[in-house]
Design a protein around this ligand. Structure first.
Ligand code: 0L1
Ligand code: MG
Length: 263
């Protein structure tokens, strides 16, 4: 049950969004609000979303985060989270990504879905996701927690839009049943050297389960995944820190490759 009043939710949303827009780190918000809960955290996230839309930004998708054991272990948390993607987060493969607008970016290789029918929880399952999927495509997420030194707890992360900042798409689209999502291999190279490799099964056993979990989490708030939604299902590997001068190339089995450089 939520513990924060509307004025406090609004104040914390402004605080976290300003940190994002000014590329400035802050301490985790649970330091000052230790009893806040997940409902408070998502209230703050949804208020950040409302603020962006009120300034004319479009929401172009959703993300699930912390959906692999590698990521959960890396960040010391035990359950996934979701966030929204605003239009200015989107970059095409081959882009130069400006690190002066980010705090301490890391990259994650992900498998993304685009839906053709709405998905609504509770009770959304992998089979529902397969039936509602238009196509899958490769994506790389650039996460950038607003919390100093990535020191946070999951409640603080959810309020901070689950560290969303940029994402890169391109490569090849495939129908969801054209490949085995669990054995779909991914190799990430940083400056020409392999730094991470994994397969789709790293994400909750099957990335489609991550989409189902998103529908079920949104269902708790009376929200759904509308038809035509782009969804990133979470990193198949641990996140890799990047800085100006780094070049990232990610090769996907059957889905082509994505590249980006940080400037
Ligand atoms: O995309 C994600 O896995 C969510 C990340 C949230 C926590 C973090 O910043 O690592
Ligand atoms: Mg991610």
């Amino acid at each position: 049950m939520a513990t924060l009043d509307k004025a406090t939710v609004d104040k914390l949303a402004e605080h976290l969004e300003n940190a994002e827009l000014e590329a400035r780190d802050v301490v985790k918000i649970t330091d000052d609000y230790p009893v806040m809960d997940y409902e408070d955290a998502y209230n703050i996230q949804w208020e950040i979303r409302r603020r962006k839309e009120s300034r004319g930004h479009r929401i172009v998708g959703m993300k699930m985060g912390l959906t692999s054991w590698a990521k959960m272990a890396q960040m010391g948390v035990e359950q996934p989270c979701y966030g929204f993607l605003a239009d200015y987060f989107s970059c095409e493969s081959g882009s130069a990504i400006d690190t002066s607008k980010l705090i301490h970016p890391k990259v994650e290789a992900e498998i993304a879905f685009v839906t053709k029918a709405p998905l609504r929880g509770p009770g959304c399952h992998v089979a529902d996701v397969f039936a509602a999927t238009e196509f899958i495509l490769p994506a790389v997420e650039v996460i950038d927690s607003r919390y100093r030194d990535f020191k946070f707890d999951l409640i603080s992360v959810c309020a901070d839009n689950s560290s969303s900042s940029r994402f890169v798409t391109g490569g090849r689209r495939l129908p969801v049943d054209a490949t085995d999502l669990t054995t779909l291999g991914v190799v990430m190279e940083k400056n020409g050297e392999i730094v991470e490799m994994s397969t789709g099964a790293a994400v909750l056993g099957n990335p489609a389960a991550s989409v189902a979990m998103l529908a079920n989490m949104l269902g708790e708030r009376g929200e759904e995944i509308p038809a035509g939604t782009f969804i990133m299902t979470g990193g198949v590997t641990a996140a890799v820190a990047v800085e100006a001068g780094d070049v990232i190339n990610v090769r996907y089995h059957e889905l082509g490759s994505l590249s980006m450089r940080f400037v």
